[in-house]
Design a protein around this ligand. Structure first.
Ligand code: MN
Length: 202
């Protein structure tokens, strides 16, 4: 069983004008694919280490595995978090949960926007379900695997690596984040929320 690059649920240009087709094509076909290939290559190296009982490179391999698997996980969620018919606000159970956790939808949106916009270097902003406390939290993720708590399940992720926006937005990350909100696929996030709630760490 190896990791595989998922197909996009829309055409490269389907998210225009908010995100250009050029960005999506490179982001999916080159960047995301590199994490998939990197994860598989690292699993092979770990298998070789087991066979030879040579763990001299184990620290680097474990870091590389965390980086690439996390990159694959986050990008797989990111693509389905967006839709050409996205935007607006959530409904139903998710809407109530966001209000309960953050006070209001606007509070939630503002906190996630702030957490995402202020990532230092490469990273992500994320809405996640934390199964032990059974609560929605916002995380500021560094690279793909840093600064996020164990166990929390990402539901809505915003990629703010420069490869996600620079070709279109240059250095104005805030405009890309504003545009992203027009693409948010609330049905996907509501579905992820319901699934995540069934996980127990207690
Ligand atoms: Mn990316």
């Amino acid at each position: 069983m190896t990791y595989q690059l998922p197909e996009l649920p829309y055409d490269y240009s389907a998210l225009e004008p908010h995100i250009s087709g050029n960005i999506i094509e490179l982001h999916h076909g080159k960047h995301h694919n590199a994490y998939v290939q990197g994860a598989n290559a690292t699993l092979e190296k770990l298998e070789a280490a087991r066979e030879s009982n040579d763990y001299g490179g184990i620290v680097g391999l474990e870091k590389t595995l965390a980086f690439n698997v996390s990159g694959h996980v986050l990008h797989s969620i990111y693509w389905t978090n967006m839709s050409p018919e996205g935007g607006g606000t959530p409904e139903g159970e998710l809407a109530l949960a966001l209000k309960e956790a953050f006070g209001s939808f606007d509070n939630f949106k503002n906190q996630l926007t702030q957490a995402t916009a202020t990532v230092q270097g490469s990273g992500w902003g994320a809405l996640a379900w934390e199964p032990l406390g059974k609560r929605l939290i916002i995380e500021q993720i560094y690279d793909h695997q840093g600064n996020n708590g164990q166990g929390a399940i990402p539901l809505l992720v915003i990629d703010v690596w420069e490869h996600a926006f620079y070709l279109q937005y240059k250095n104005v990350k805030a405009d890309y984040i504003s545009a992203f909100w027009n693409l948010v696929n609330w049905e996907d996030i509501a579905k992820r929320y319901i699934q995540a709630k069934s996980v127990s760490l207690g």
